[in-house]
Design a protein around this ligand. Structure first.
Ligand code: CU
Ligand code: ZN
Length: 182
C-alpha cells in the first residue's frame, strides 16, 4: 500500500512536470520578431541582396541592401505569394493587398500593405533603404508578410498608377521567412 501511494505521488509529480514543461513559451517573448527575404535575380541580370523586417514598438523596420541594379529608382513591393519560381516572376502574384485598397506609396494611409515604394540605386548599382512601415506586420494574420515575397522592378514606381505603379518587369524576388530574433 505504501509503495502504491509512493508511486502514485511520483506519477502525479511526473505529470505536473510535463504540464509545466508544456506551458513554457516556444521563444522568449522579449526578442523582437524578425523576417528576411534573400533576393535572387531573374534571367541574365545580376540583382541580389537582402531585405529584413524587424518588429518595433510602432511598426516594422524595413532594411534593404541590394546590388546589381541600374542607377535610379526601382519599384519595391511585397507581393501576395512566396513563389519566385516563374521566370517572369508572375508566380508571385500581385501586390500584397489584404485590405483591398488602391496602389499608392509607403507614406499613404490608403495603400496596398505591400507598397514599399522604391529603392534608389547609386551610380554603382547599389541601393540601401531603411524606413519604418506602419502597415506591414509580422504577427497580425491578415497583414503578415511572412511567407509572401519581395519583388524588385526594372523601373521606378510612380506611386499612383493602378494597379502597380507602372514599374515594369520583375527583376528580382525573395521569399520572406522567419529569421533568428535579436
Ligand atoms: Cu512589385
Ligand atoms: Zn501596390
Amino acid at each position: 500500500m505504501k509503495l502504491f501511494r509512493a508511486s502514485l505521488i511520483g506519477l502525479m509529480l511526473l505529470s505536473f512536470g510535463a504540464f509545466t514543461a508544456q506551458a513554457q513559451p516556444e521563444e522568449k517573448s522579449s526578442a523582437p520578431l524578425k523576417a528576411i527575404a534573400v533576393l535572387h535575380p531573374t534571367g541574365s541580370n545580376k540583382v541580389s541582396g537582402t531585405v529584413t523586417f524587424t518588429e518595433v514598438a510602432d511598426g516594422v523596420q524595413v532594411q534593404a541592401e541590394i546590388t546589381g541594379l541600374t542607377p535610379g529608382n526601382h519599384g519595391f513591393h511585397v507581393h501576395e505569394f512566396g513563389d519566385c519560381s516563374a521566370t517572369d516572376l508572375s508566380s508571385a502574384g500581385g501586390h500584397f493587398n489584404p485590405t483591398n485598397k488602391p496602389h499608392a506609396g509607403p507614406d499613404d494611409t490608403e495603400r496596398h500593405v505591400g507598397d514599399m515604394g522604391n529603392v534608389e540605386a547609386d551610380a554603382s548599382g547599389k541601393a540601401k533603404l531603411e524606413y519604418l512601415d506602419h502597415q506591414i506586420s509580422l504577427t497580425n494574420d491578415q497583414s503578415s508578410v511572412i511567407g509572401r515575397s519581395v519583388v524588385v522592378h526594372a523601373k521606378a514606381d510612380d506611386l499612383k498608377s493602378q494597379p502597380a505603379g507602372d514599374s515594369g518587369a520583375r527583376i528580382a524576388c525573395g521569399v520572406i521567412g522567419r529569421a533568428k530574433s535579436q
